[in-house]
Design a protein around this ligand. Structure first.
Ligand code: AMP
Length: 214
């Protein structure tokens, strides 16, 4: 059973890789970004709070984020394994996760660092188009839908996420460097960090992981 954390800058391909791994391993995909977007779409109080930070490319405060994850881990499916995508993003979040994992008697198999060049990140994110309905993700050059601008899965018109514009992406990358990059050393010290080349296709990344014994 695999229970992993995907660690990497915005646009490093965490979400896409998670989708591939989920299909392959039959484990749960837990994306705090997706949970926040869902809360914003449903106009919940937590969504209103989160959206202020999200649209500026900043991190949602730790207490809110940790609360969301605690609630998610109260569901039984996590016992079958999970992929954490976009959480933790700060040291206090990582410490809170350690406590949750211990409390639930679970185990993190590995932290997978998606290593990718910054210039590729900007190109990936600003070209990204998402389905507001089912969450499928495309790219204007590399992952085109069958019909221009329309989701293959559900036929909804694709959108560019508000935080995928070049201006907000710069803020998000800054937040990554300042608040999230320190997690690399945090998990390296625990000897559970593995690094993969995230400039390659998702299939190739999954192959890299399988070669590593996943
Ligand atoms: P993502 O889809 O993972 O890039 O997340 C989109 C946005 O949601 C981020 O830019 C943050 O504003 C917020 N967010 C997602 N996950 C977290 C987290 N673990 N901690 C704080 N904010 C988060």
């Amino acid at each position: 059973m695999n229970s992993v954390i995907l660690l990497g800058a915005p646009g490093s391909g965490k979400g896409t890789l998670a989708q591939h791994m989920k299909t392959r391993w039959g484990v749960s995909h837990i994306s705090t970004g997706d949970m926040f977007r869902e809360a914003v779409k449903n106009n919940t109080a937590m969504g209103a709070q989160a959206s202020v930070y999200m649209k500026n490319g900043q991190l949602v405060p730790d207490d809110v984020t940790i609360g969301v994850v605690e609630e998610r881990f109260s569901k039984d499916d996590v016992k079958k394994g999970f992929i954490l995508d976009g959480f933790p993003r700060t040291i206090p979040q990582a410490q809170a996760l350690d406590a949750i994992i211990k409390d639930k008697d679970l185990k993190i198999t590995a932290v997978i660092l998606l290593d990718v060049d910054k210039s590729l990140i900007i190109r990936r994110i600003t070209g990204r188009r998402s389905c507001p309905c089912c969450g499928n993700v495309y790219h204007i050059e590399t992952v085109k839908p069958k019909k221009d601008g329309i989701c293959d899965g559900c036929g909804t018109a694709l959108i560019q996420r508000k935080d995928d514009t070049e201006e907000v992406v710069k803020e998000r990358l800054e937040a990554y460097e300042k608040q999230t990059a320190p997690l690399v050393d945090f998990y390296r010290a625990k000897k559970i960090l593995v690094s993969i080349d995230a400039s390659r296709s998702p299939d190739y990344m999954v192959k890299q992981l399988e070669d590593l014994g996943f």
